[in-house]
Design a protein around this ligand. Structure first.
Ligand code: NAI
Ligand code: MG
Length: 398
């Protein structure tokens, strides 16, 4: 097989550290690839006025696979302040390069698996009968629609006349908002298309079948958000009935799901949701398996084979300048394993996951989050493993 080229995008802050350490793990595990570096993040916004330069898009277009650390994002006004003086006159507006990547390449399928590792001191525990303590085994795969819905970007403050007039054709708008002056309105839309909804649902069912999960749960709110959530659930029923009768289809409301996920997380298998609810429910489940140091993700377009793999965490700027990096690289390493699965390097992925599992089960090497310490520069002196030591421990097990 021809050697793969991976577009590595370190981004900002701790993104750079966790990505470097992960590439070390990949190499030690025998994954033989070329890496080219894609520019992305704050530095490129400040100096070029674009956090996602065209040349980076070209690299991904060409090589298809991106391994991404994390970026720093700031609100619109703060972003403008930091722009290079020569660019300030150009009317540039900051927007997130991750959202930009998703939309440019139609990376509409986002997968966030949450699987607990045995022995992880951060695993969720609950009280069982007779004051016993139970540690439920969590293994869910969350499919989040990644390009539409509430994050689709179709929104206005003081909406233009045509939009306002269109809204005024809806009786509920007239009743509930008709008295409010136009300039006092902010509107964010939640648009679902049949096409994208079907794609995310099918991706969820394909995954459930491939990995033998017994159920797919649509986690939305169809009793209240009747049109969008309602459409998703109805389509799920049709797909299940026609093509996946052996898989159970469940339906939960996002609010109730957030309550149930601590009550009986072991009951869930594949979960599928729109953009915002998928974001929420995946953070919720990630909290049960160790939080940001463990939460990994893939976003891809099954038609083009373009995929970008990244930890869920951000650039954690407060830890970025520590002489010895303290953050947990496992979320990034796990994201790289998802990349390996995506390009059919399953054996190497399995080998790395097994090593990570062994390190965690053994419990000798733990980053500060696993020791429940507050993140500070002195945690390594106090016995926590550094980012590099954690990667070394994984490499030693390979
Ligand atoms: P963050 O995820 O960067 O950090 C929040 C806290 O989580 C940290 O202070 C740390 O205590 C912990 N944490 C994060 N990663 C960890 C790791 N690998 N190991 C151990 N602990 C870890 O989120 P925050 O502070 O809200 O945002 C910082 C910047 O990152 C912002 O500019 C934000 O916009 C951006 N961001 C970028 C994301 C991305 O690149 N996908 C996602 C989330 C935030
Ligand atoms: Mg999030």
């Amino acid at each position: 097989m021809a050697k793969k080229t991976i577009v590595k995008m370190p981004g900002d802050g701790i993104g750079k550290v966790v990505l470097d350490e992960t590439i070390r793990v990949l190499e030690a595990a025998g994954f033989d690839a070329n890496y080219v570096e894609g520019d992305i993040g704050w530095e490129f916004w400040c100096n070029e006025g674009n956090p996602l330069p065209e040349r980076t898009l070209k690299l991904i277009e060409e090589h298809k696979i991106g391994l991404f650390g994390a970026i720093t994002s700031k609100p619109k006004d703060a972003a403008f302040e930091e722009l290079a003086p020569a660019l300030k006159e150009k009317g540039l507006v900051y927007s997130s390069p991750i959202v930009g990547l998703r939309q440019h390449f139609g990376l509409d399928i986002c997968l966030r698996p949450c699987r607990s590792y045995k022995g992880n001191p951060l695993n969720f525990i609950r009280r069982g009968p007779n004051n016993t303590i139970e540690e439920p085994e969590v293994d869910v795969a969350i499919f989040r629609q990644n390009t539409e819905g509430l994050y689709g970007g179709v929104e206005w403050s003081n909406p233009p006349d045509q939009v306002y007039e269109a809204l005024m054709t809806h009786p509920k708008f007239v009743k509930n908002f008709g008295e409010t002056p136009q300039e006092e309105l902010s509107v964010s839309t939640r648009i679902f298309t049949k096409k994208a909804t079907e794609r995310i649902l099918r991706a969820a069912f394909v995954h459930a079948k491939k990995y033998e999960y017994k159920s797919v749960t649509v986690c939305e709110k169809p009793n209240v958000i009747r049109e969008t959530s309602g459409m998703m659930y109805k389509m799920a029923q049709q797909i299940q009935k026609a093509d996946y009768p052996e898989i159970e289809l469940w339906n939960t409301n996002i609010d109730a799901q957030m309550m149930w996920l601590t009550k009986n997380p072991e009951n869930y298998g594949v979960i599928v949701a729109g953009n915002m609810f998928g974001d929420i429910v995946s953070d919720g489940f990630a909290g049960l398996i160790g939080g940001l140091g463990f939460a990994c993700s893939a976003q891809f377009n099954p038609d083009t084979g373009i995929g970008v793999f990244e930890p869920t965490h951000g650039s954690a700027p407060k830890y970025a300048d520590y002489e010895t990096s303290i953050v947990n690289p496992i979320a990034m390493i796990e994201s790289a394993c998802m990349m390996l699965d995506f390009i059919d390097e399953n054996e190497i992925a399995a080998k790395i996951r097994k090593s990570v599992a062994e390190v965690i089960a053994e419990g000798k090497v733990k980053t500060y989050d696993m020791m429940k310490m507050t993140g500070r520069a002195d945690v390594v002196e106090k016995g926590a493993a550094s980012t590099q030591e954690m990667a070394d421990a994984v490499i030693a097990k390979l």
